[in-house]
Design a protein around this ligand. Structure first.
Ligand code: NDP
Length: 253
């Protein structure tokens, strides 16, 4: 049988305070994994941890900012104390701040690069020893990176966001080569439009309107639907690696 539930697994989900990360944490916990919830808004993480516990699952809320290496390292230490080493890492934290490049919004570019690219690297750096050790010990080990369809398809005003996601997709491919031969699965997931808080950080009414227009035209996935994909890939038999998945609303071309 190629399906195994996730009981006995220990997961870390970054960006678990809302949207896709929150839904992934709920789903992995429902499948039996112990889940460490990482993000900056501790009130949201505490509420999610309570919800998971109320459903019979185990979760640990850990305040962490992926743009700060010391914060990521401290989160790793806290998780080790509570749960021991982890074997499933979901790199999901991200920000999307569209703007025309000619506006030169260095502040927003820096925030996206530091969260979406360097943040992913900090998390990989913190947990790759755990993943490699789990795999070497004969256990299933997963690194799941949440990229975006924007890694492949340019959208007007999303040049820098798309570049950060192209970097995540490229990184996943390279890490697959580095970790795959040592039995750590690397899965790159590229969602299309998904209903979350992501667009709430856009500070331009015009660009929010552009996105709302796309949503009205093609609809959106729910965060739970993307979480379902994460749960699917991580619950295959350990020699099966779905390495690259695009998941889009059917109407999104
Ligand atoms: P949300 O804004 O709902 O979630 C983003 C999460 O990332 C929040 O939990 C946020 O929590 C966390 N986060 C942001 N900055 C940091 C940071 N510096 N350190 C730690 N956590 C951080 O949006 P989504 O759920 O949509 O986004 C999740 C991922 O999915 C992102 O990588 C996004 O690019 C990707 N994606 C989304 C799509 C969509 O249409 N929604 C489509 C394709 C990809 P907090 O603020 O508390 O730290």
């Amino acid at each position: 049988m190629s399906y195994t539930d996730l009981s006995g697994r220990t997961a870390v989900v970054t960006g678990a305070a809302s949207g896709i990360g929150e839904a992934v944490a709920l789903h992995l916990a429902a499948e039996g994994a112990r889940v460490a919830l990482l993000a900056r808004r501790t009130d949201r993480l505490d509420a999610l941890a309570e919800k998971i516990a109320a459903g019979g699952g185990r979760a640990l809320a850990v305040a962490a900012d992926v743009t700060d290496d010391a914060s990521v390292q401290a989160a790793r230490d806290r998780i080790h104390q509570a749960f021991g080493p982890v074997d499933l890492v979901v790199n999901n934290a991200g920000v999307m701040l569209p703007n025309p490049v000619e506006e030169g919004r260095l502040d927003e570019w820096q925030r996206m690069l530091d969260t979406n690219v360097a943040g992913v690297l900090r998390v990989v750096r913190a947990f790759s020893a755990d993943l490699l050790a789990a795999a070497a010990g004969g256990h299933t080990a997963d690194l799941v990176n949440i990229s975006s369809i924007g890694a492949h398809i340019p959208f007007p005003n999303y040049a820098v966001y798309g570049a950060t996601k192209a970097a995540v997709t490229y990184l996943s491919q390279s890490l697959r080569g580095e970790f795959g031969p040592r039995d750590v699965r690397v899965t790159n997931i590229e969602p299309g439009l998904t209903e979350t808080e992501l667009k709430s950080h856009i500070d331009s009414a015009e660009l929010t309107g552009q996105l709302d227009g796309m949503l009205a035209e093609v609809g959106a996935l729910s965060a739970a639907e993307v979480a379902d994909v994460v749960a699917y890939v991580t619950s295959r038999a350990r020699h099966v690696n779905l390495r690259q998945i695009m998941v889009l609303p059917t109407r999104q071309a």
